[in-house]
Structures are given as C-alpha cells and as structure tokens.
Design a protein. Structure first.
Length: 279
C-alpha cells in the first residue's frame, strides 16, 4: 500500500474530515483523475499543516506517514470548529484566487500556496484585497518557476542570476517536499516574492495601531488628514476607528481606520456622537 492508501485505512474525525473535504470542496474539481486516494492525501496534508502548524514561528509538521498517523490519532475525537472554518476559508481562497491556473499546479505547489495564504490570513494586517493580490502573484510566480528546469545551470534570458537562484532553490525545496524545513524555506521564498508586489505588515493584536500600521495608513492617505484634507505630521497624527472598540471594531482592521489631526479627531468624534443621538 502507498501512503494515501495507508492513511485511508484509519477511522475517526480527522479521517472523516479529509475525506469529506476531498469529496465536497470545489478545489478538487480542478484536478484530473484521482489515483489511489492521492487527493484525499492532499486534503489530509493541508489539514495537518493547518492544525499542527505554528504560523507565528513558521514551524510546520513534516508530512511523512508517521506524522500523518500522529495527526489522525490526535484528532480522532474532535477538531475545533473555528480551525475547520479557517481551514475551509483558506481552500476557498485557493480556488477563488488561482482558479483556472490550478489544473496546471503540482500538488507540492498547492501545498506551498496553502501555506502562503494561511500565513497571510493568520498574520497580515489589511487583507481586503488578498484575492486579487494572490491572483496576480500566482501568475507571476508560476511563470518564473516554469521558465527553466531544475537541472539548468544558467538563468533563462528573461531572468537575472539572483532571481534564477531563488526560484531554483524553491524547486529544490519543493522536491524534498515533506520536511519541516522545506515548508519553512518555501514559505519564506514566496513571502519574499509576494512582498515585492504587496506590502506585508504583520498585525499586532495587542497594541493600538502599531507604528507600521500607522505608517501604512499615513502613506495610503498620502500624508493628508482625511477630515480637513490638510497635511499631517506623522508623529502627531491620531488614528480614528470608524467602528469604535466598544462597538466591536478591531484595531487591526485597517479598512475602517484613518489618520487625522488631534483637533480634527475631536471634531469628528463630536459630529459622530451627534449623528448617533439623532438616530
Ligand atoms: Zn485635519
């Protein structure tokens, strides 16, 4: 029996979940014929990366048979509903951002993109445009990856040497495929490339508008106060949240935040209070 057939022989919640995901999630519509439970194995691998991955420190489980069986046993009785919802959300992101490209992906690249998407959704502030960002990034990344073969020693004419070596190391890492280091290195390479096109600001749940987020808002507003449209001194600017914390607004949601002058902030709050009273 191969790995996929071996893990398929187990019972329990983890097994039920990866079987159900494989049978119901639209992600699997994009692939060709399934050979010997290979897609069930992919669903199991992605699930294990989500449940056992430490996205803060980028430490991921190896996807060898032993670790998959460990996961099957650990989650034999129960898997957290929140984690499953997040997991499903990541799979939706894969489909909605990569869609037609998916048929040409190798399984190992789907795993890499899964890690990238989950990492960004776990860690990054301001994911409002993530689907479009991923769609553009995937086209670019996959094109570069397929410009040359792993045996080539010289960069293709479309690529400089530095880029060539980076993508070549990704190819090597993804060929190894199942070690913890391989996942971390692949994710780091993808993040590095993704960041060339898109800012990655790590959100800070504890502090109110961490300095990096404040800087992001500042440049997004082109250094102007959104209240009076006059230029703003960065160090003295104040963050205003459209939805107050007391009403459930999140500090890490940049789409509902703006930077304003201190005096404008007071005026703004007063006006909002008045509107509220009238309602
Ligand atoms: Zn102002």
């Amino acid at each position: 029996m191969n790995k996929a057939e071996k893990i398929n022989a187990y019972r329990g919640e983890f097994k039920n979940t990866f079987r159900e995901i494989r049978e119901t999630h639209k992600l699997f519509n994009y692939f060709g014929k399934e050979k010997r439970f290979r897609f069930r194995q992919l669903a199991a691998e992605l699930l294990l990366l989500e449940l056992e991955g430490d996205f803060n420190n980028k430490i991921f489980p190896p996807l060898d048979l032993k670790t998959l069986i460990f996961g099957i046993k650990k989650y034999e009785k129960k898997i957290s509903k929140n984690k499953l919802r997040f997991f499903n959300g990541n799979l939706d992101y894969i489909v909605e951002s990569l869609n037609m490209l998916l048929g040409a992906f190798k399984m190992r690249d789907i795993i890499s993109f899964y890690l990238l998407i989950s990492y960004l959704r776990h860690k990054r502030a301001g994911n409002q445009n993530l689907k479009n960002e991923l769609a553009a990034f995937a086209k670019d990344f996959m094109q570069k990856l397929n410009l040359f073969s792993i045996y080539d020693t010289k960069p293709p004419k479309e690529m400089n040497r530095k880029e060539f070596l980076l993508y070549k190391s990704y190819k090597h890492e993804s060929k190894i495929m199942t070690t913890a280091n391989s996942f971390r290195n692949r994710l780091d390479i993808m993040l590095k490339e993704f960041e060339k096109q898109n800012p990655i600001i790590i959100r800070d749940k504890k502090r109110l508008h961490d300095i990096e987020q404040k800087r992001m808002l500042y440049f997004r507003q082109k250094g102007m106060c959104t209240e009076c449209n006059k230029s703003l001194d960065f160090t003295r600017a104040e963050a205003h949240h459209e939805i107050a914390h007391s009403a459930g607004g999140k500090t890490d949601d940049l789409s509902h935040s703006q930077l304003v002058h201190s005096r404008c902030h007071k005026r703004l709050e007063k006006r909002l209070k008045k509107i509220k009273l009238l309602q």
